[in-house]
Design a protein around this ligand. Structure first.
Ligand code: BTN
Length: 248
């Protein structure tokens, strides 16, 4: 996978820039739109992504795969690439939280937003938006009010957004390649990296809450949950809104 990097100053959203290039017809597989800051950075479910200029990595990668990708495998692959990058930077306490958060001691460090728009059904394209808090030493009160947040600097890792991107891209290339060639391996590695195998978990699936022991994660059949009475329940991945351990 070859990357072409487009550096922006302050933009609305790097993912918007990527989609704009796609609709103009100029976007290639592997184009990376990276910005100093974002005025309309967005997260999942319509939440804003606070994007202080110069402090974080705000990047969106255009993917125009030769064949249809499993969206869940793509999100998991991106999570694995981020985790590998952070490990390489010396951060070992990283926790992958379904579907696309990376946390350190429960505080959010990175987010991934994989989006697709019906531009051309015959040539599907994805925009993989990645936000990493790198140099922030503080965050707005209203954000902290909602959840715990952290940055690499607050975790004791000195780096720059550009330095983090340079380390991330090779891992991303490797994982996107695996999403195409061996998506089931991504699911296996993701499950192993969550550390949730055989633990008691709570799953939010649509409006229902399911509890049991997690025995597997598979792209075709979803999560395998064993209930207390020994029965097995399968939960399709596209329905899973949250997955976490139930502490003993
Ligand atoms: C989330 O955890 O909710 C996902 C956050 C994704 C944020 C990134 S920053 C770069 C790209 N541009 C955006 O507007 N969002 C993503």
């Amino acid at each position: 996978m070859e990357f072409r990097t487009f550096e922006h100053g302050l933009v609305d959203s790097t993912s918007e820039r990527a989609f704009a290039a796609l609709s103009e017809g100029s976007a290639r597989h592997g184009d990376v739109h990276v910005a100093l800051g974002q005025t309309l950075g967005r997260g999942r479910r319509g939440t804003p992504w606070v994007s202080e200029s110069g402090a974080g990595l705000y990047a969106s990668v255009v993917l125009r795969p030769p064949k249809l990708l499993a969206p869940a495998a793509l999100t998991m692959g991106a999570g694995l690439a981020l985790r590998a990058t952070l490990l390489e930077l010396g951060l070992e306490r990283v926790q992958l939280k379904w579907p696309n958060d990376l946390l350190v001691d429960g505080a959010k460090l990175c987010g991934i937003l994989s989006e697709t728009r019906g531009l051309d059904p015959a040539a599907l394209s994805f925009v993989l938006g990645i936000g990493i808090n790198v140099q922030q030493l503080s965050f707005p009160e209203e954000l902290l009010h909602e959840r715990a947040v952290t940055s690499l600097a607050l975790c004791g890792i000195q780096s720059t957004p550009r330095g983090v991107l340079a380390r991330l891209l090779p891992h991303l290339a490797q994982e996107v390649g695996r999403v195409e060639s061996d998506p089931d391996a991504i699911a296996r590695d993701y499950l192993a990296a969550t550390g949730l195998t055989n633990r008691r978990v709570r799953v939010l699936s649509g409006e229902s809450e399911i509890e049991g022991r997690l025995c597997g994660l598979d792209l075709a059949s979803g999560l395998g949950i064993v209930h207390a009475d020994g029965s097995l329940r399968r939960v399709r991945l596209e329905h899973v809104r949250a997955l976490g351990a139930i502490e003993p």
